[in-house]
Write a protein that binds this ligand. Structure first.
Ligand code: GDP
Ligand code: IMO
Ligand code: MG
Length: 427
């Protein structure tokens, strides 16, 4: 298969960055198709750690071309900073192509994100505060600014003159907040405009040509299925479509161009931000997993909420994405537990629920029904073949396959690129 989409099958931070970097060894292109710098994707190579927010996780491979697709919202200042940081880490400047149709996040989007969260009070979503929601709202509301217009000083000015009055009205009248002038925004972004201009092009066309030549493409999702605006735990979601179909829309390719759909899962579950989480462990076991897995946000540093693996949720993810293979990440974090649990159904009163509910009030009442697995105590971080894993760890993986109904193609036993067990060649 010439292409593959890496999609988060839980609430984000499943290890998409690591998998994308691993698969990029055999790829020609890596494409981000949605989200923005709310994402934090960690890649560990040769002891060096790269924390990527907007750049696709193929950038550490000099051979690989990087694309930021039309579905992404780009904070130009963050992108420049990220490019500079990569240089500081001794990585060659990536060959980066930015879609002319991608939208920009400007300073007023960040301010709006902050004000909206404050206004929500107890019902706050717990956004990353990066202006993601407001930028997507402007895009859908036809008040956004695309890269093609951003990098042209005259057109950027014109677009700002059109959209800024309504934005200033909102900021001043609804929130009593500061307003922005066209001149100040033009000045703030002049450098970014000039530096990014040469990278902006029709990336849909580029990808089409590459796929016709038989080149291999990895589409890299951000966030995860349960944060998807349609299929996630709405309203506690992000404002884009991380699901596999989002790759077609967000990269500008036809859906038949996406070969394998690889769902990324942790061997347990985490979540950042608010919203129901049936298998959440607010106890010493949860604390232990959080510490062993260093479960603190890559983007905001917030402690992640932690719980057992949820097969009910995963079956929902498999269906809405068309996942045909799974990568199980952070299996090493579960070493040292006598027993590991997996949620196989929910119970509310006398009723058993087997599919993931849309009703958040119902979801909040769901008690997990667990299947128990034997734990293992060996250090597995050096295992390179499935058969080297302790029998209990192997049984846990085959148990997940049975409960989720999809084969586990990759197992990850540490953050490093080499700490990856391949059970099936994917690209
Ligand atoms: P992403 O947002 O899906 O790319 O995931 P993040 O990078 O935000 O979070 C995953 C974290 O787990 C990162 O710190 C990775 O370095 C780390 N990680 C990935 N795979 C493994 C693994 O198999 N074992 C351990 N211990 N850490 C891992
Ligand atoms: P990666 O790509 C985990 C969460 C936020 C919040 C909700 C909405 O690293 O997996 P937003 O700023 O997008 O409007 O916040 O979504 N969130 C993530 N959680 N991983 C991410 O990205 C996330 N990106 C957003 O915590 O609950
Ligand atoms: Mg992350």
């Amino acid at each position: 298969m010439a292409s593959l989409v890496v999609v988060g099958a839980q609430w984000g931070d499943e290890g998409k960055g690591k998998v994308t970097d691993f698969l990029a060894q055999a790829a020609d292109w890596v494409v981000r198709y949605q989200g923005g710098n709310n994402a934090g994707h960690t890649v560990v190579v040769g002891g060096k750690t790269f924390k990527l927010h907007l750049l696709p996780s193929g950038v550490v491979h000099e051979r690989v071309k990087s694309v930021i697709g039309n579905g992404v919202v780009i904070d130009p200042l963050v992108l420049l900073e990220e490019l500079d940081r990569l240089r500081d880490l001794g990585v060659q400047d990536p060959e980066l192509f930015i879609s002319d149709r991608a939208h920009v996040i400007l300073s007023y989007h960040r301010l709006q994100d902050e004000l909206e969260e404050k206004a929500r009070g107890d019902a706050k979503i717990g956004t990353t505060g990066r202006g993601i929601g407001p930028a997507y709202v402007d895009k859908i509301g036809r008040a956004g600014i695309r890269m093609i217009d951003f990098v042209d000083p005259e057109r950027f000015r014109k677009r700002l003159e059109t959209v800024l009055p309504a934005k200033n009205n909102l900021l001043a009248k609804l929130y009593g907040a500061r307003t922005f002038t066209v001149e100040e925004i033009l000045a703030e972004y002049a450098e970014a405009q000039a530096r990014l201009r040469p990278m902006v092009c029709d990336t849909s066309y580029l990808l089409d040509e590459a796929l016709k030549r038989g080149e291999r493409v990895v589409f890299e999702g951000a966030q995860g299925t349960l944060l998807d605006v349609d299929h996630g735990t709405y309203p506690y979601v992000t404002s884009s479509s991380p699901v596999a179909a989002g790759a077609a829309v967000g990269a500008g390719v036809g859906p038949q161009r996406i070969g394998t759909v690889l769902g990324i899962v942790k061997a347990y579950t985490t979540r950042v931000g608010s919203g129901p989480f049936p298998t959440e462990l607010k106890n010493a076991t949860g604390d232990r997993i959080r510490e062993r897995g260093r479960e603190y946000g890559t983007t905001t540093g917030r402690p992640r909420r932690v719980g057992w693996f949820d097969a009910v949720m995963l079956r929902h993810s498999v269906r809405v994405n068309g996942i045909d293979n799974i990568a199980v990440m952070l299996l090493d974090v579960l070493s040292g537990f006598d027993e590991i649990q997996v949620c196989v159904a929910y119970r509310v009163g006398d009723e058993t629920i087997r599919s993931f509910p849309a009703d958040l009030e119902l979801l909040a009442q769901c008690e997990p029904v667990y299947e128990r697995f034997a734990g293992w105590h060996e250090d597995i971080t050096g295992c390179t073949r499935f058969e080297e894993l302790p029998q209990a760890a192997q049984d846990y993986i085959t148990g997940l396959e049975r409960l989720v109904g999809v084969p586990v193609a990759l197992v990850s036993v540490g953050p490093g690129r080499e700490q990856t067990i391949v059970r099936k060649q994917l690209l």
